[in-house]
Design a protein around this ligand. Structure first.
Ligand SMILES: [Fe+2]
Ligand SMILES: [Fe+2]
Length: 303
């Protein structure tokens, strides 16, 4: 299939997927604080035996809030990046321009969607939960890297939203329906983004020398390391939020166990689940078989 056909196809599919934020949250559709928000495969709260069932629920919901804010954070660098890529490629293929503008428009909507959910959480949860950031500083740092490094990170994020959606379906019946529908609706649009972003990766890589390519893949890893550091800090924030919400202080040993389990859970949620996605592995392989091998060796660390 020619590129223009793929762009046309992507555009048509994204035009068929239409939902408004009001369809997902607001009015009757509210977060149900008697239910977990995050699939257990991502939350990993059940093994923390020093927490009561109620406290495990609180932690799951805190992790759900973190999810909303972390996505809000990453969407803040995805939007300008996609707009910049669209701006320099206005000539030629009409469907390409329209497909990328649709992509950007949807990400702007996602920023609002996550913000709307976060407001709903704040008004219903009752305990303030701190978040890493600010988003502008994260965006500035990430966007300082080579466009191919950023496009790879975005591709990773897009495939990872599919994993999150699939895991939420597996947890069927338990999860809050509103949070679950957010994961589903988000993925329905990310599916088109993943395809467009894969073409973006390819078109950027086509103009690069082998040495530039290697450096850009290093950039992907360095952004990953930066996010990993942020997630460590976020795990400390989540620990503080659980203690405040549960109105008790954990022992040093419990805190240590919390950090070990939850830091790894965050790693899997935002790093491992993207880098181990077969489509992401395939995209890395199309750039370099050696680097694909490195990727596969690194995955267990983030699982
Ligand atoms: Fe998004
Ligand atoms: Fe996206």
């Amino acid at each position: 299939m020619g590129y223009n056909c793929t762009f046309k196809d992507c555009l048509e599919r994204s035009e068929r997927v239409t939902w408004r934020i009001e369809d997902v949250i607001g009015g009757e559709k509210r977060l149900d604080f008697t239910r977990p928000f995050m699939p257990e495969s991502l939350a990993r709260v059940q093994g923390l035996n020093f927490l009561t069932e109620h406290e495990k629920m609180l932690l799951n919901q805190i992790r759900g809030h973190t999810y909303l804010r972390i996505f809000g954070l990453v969407e803040e660098f995805i939007l300008p990046f996609v707009l910049d890529h669209t701006r320099v490629n206005l000539e030629g293929e009409d469907y390409r321009t329209r497909a990328y503008l649709e992509f950007a428009g949807e990400e702007a909507k996602h920023i609002q969607l996550f913000r709307r959910f976060a407001e709903e959480f704040t008004s219903g949860f009752g305990t303030p939960c701190e978040i890493i950031g600010p988003p502008e500083a994260v965006a500035k740092h990430v966007l300082g890297h080579h466009p191919l490094s950023v496009a790879l990170v975005i591709l990773h994020i897009e495939w990872m939203t599919q994993r999150h959606f699939i895991d939420s379906v597996k947890d069927d019946g338990r999860l809050d329906p509103c949070f679950k529908s957010m994961l589903k609706n988000h993925w329905m649009e990310e599916m088109q983004h993943a395809q467009l972003d894969a073409m973006m990766v390819e078109s950027i890589a086509n103009t690069m020398t082998r040495a530039e390519l290697e450096a850009a893949i290093d950039g992907y890893w360095s952004i990953g390391g930066f996010l990993d550091e942020g997630l460590k800090q976020q795990t400390l924030f989540d620990l503080a939020a659980v203690e405040t919400a549960a109105k008790r202080t954990l022992t040093a040993a419990e805190r240590q166990q919390f950090m070990d389990v939850q830091q790894q859970a965050n790693r899997w949620t935002y790093l491992g689940s993207g880098m181990s996605h077969p489509k992401f592995i395939e995209a890395m392989g199309s750039l370099s078989m050696d680097r694909q091998r490195d990727l596969m060796q690194a995955i267990p660390q983030f699982s």
